[in-house]
Design a protein around this ligand. Sequence first.
Ligand code: ADP
Length: 411
Amino acid sequence: MKSYQEGMERLLFVVQELSTVRDIQGITRIVRTAARELTGADGATFVLRDAGQCHYIDEDAIGPLWKGKKFPIDDCISGWSMQHREAVVLEDIYQDPRIPADAYRPTFVKSLAMVPIRSSDPIGAIGNYWATFHKATELEVRFLQSLADSTSIALENVRLIEDLRASLAELERQLGLRDEFISVAAHELRTPLTPLALQTQFIQRLIGAGRLLGHPLENELRKFADVSRRQVADMVKLVENLLDASRLSLGHFGLSPIEGIDLAEVVRKTIEPMDSPQGSLLDLQLQAGVKGTWDPVRLGQVVRNVVSNAMVYGLGKPVIVRVEATQGGARLSVRDHGIGIEPEKLHRIFGRFERGTSVNRYGGMGLGLYISREIIQAHGGQINVESAPGAGSTFTVDLPVTPGRPAETGS
Ligand code: ADP
């Protein structure tokens, strides 16, 4: 056997090794060798309790023992050790009635020492075996018991990791179901919206062409058509955002960049038809001729998202929209003087379904900035925000003249 000093050093090393293993095979590999080395025994077994049975899951010995076999817990010495929460030391195994002699006869074993793993409610045992008569010393049993205690902690860790893995897998499954639902719901919602939008447009055109002049309900119809148009447009925006979010999660989101796109033009065209819910004044500071190879439709989407947020959260104060050339690129910035964003929410608002305000006060699904960031990143650019509560917010988009990684964005 090893000296106290050598044994302690070996134990320390084993404890360290056990603290880093992540699966049961790793524990088995370490324990079966360490058990033998610590005592200098001719063989060692690693036994785990499996309901009413003792499962000899692994061994390291000079001759075959019982690897892979299971014995009833009442019928083997490891079972006795577990049930009585006690170490067993036998100098001559055949003198002890607890030993199932038939199982031992084909083996080299003459003496043994067995310790339970986990003292409160044992979950296994570690066995040591000698081919010559040997009475395990107190020190040897103490070494074995310390090994069993560390094994118990390692087994608990592995169980926790396995539980965690199972929870993560379940979470991923649930997220997959959510994405699938969003995709189906968005497609289902879009189907009736298209004819609805056409019908409201038709009514507006009739009114615009003076076809309802003098009609007793002309004013009511005009109001109705206007409200319907705005509400249908809001619905279309929500559904389009849902569809984009689901395309992004499925990797079906592509860019169609075109050369010579003028950023100021994109901003102007996007902003023109937009309503300002709180009547914010838009101060456009658009440098002409800032051009690049960009997807104008997707950039328009970013402008719409960021500018409409500035108007929603801008407390009706002026919003400055700037376009300027930078070294090797272009910058779009949107500055409002509204409610601002709390520091702890700043990094979250670009996440999917992340909202920074109470849903009762401001609507929205928390998708606009997520989609915007994806669009900008697909162009090889960046979107950032600077904000403080009560001081307003500035969203800044930096774009390279040519998309940085166009090849990655197609589907
Ligand atoms: P939604 O699609 O619901 O509008 P966004 O992704 O565009 O959501 O925005 C996420 C959150 O970021 C919003 O719920 C809001 O709290 C915050 N936010 C975005 N823009 C501004 C802004 N200009 N001022 C203050 N808060 C903002």
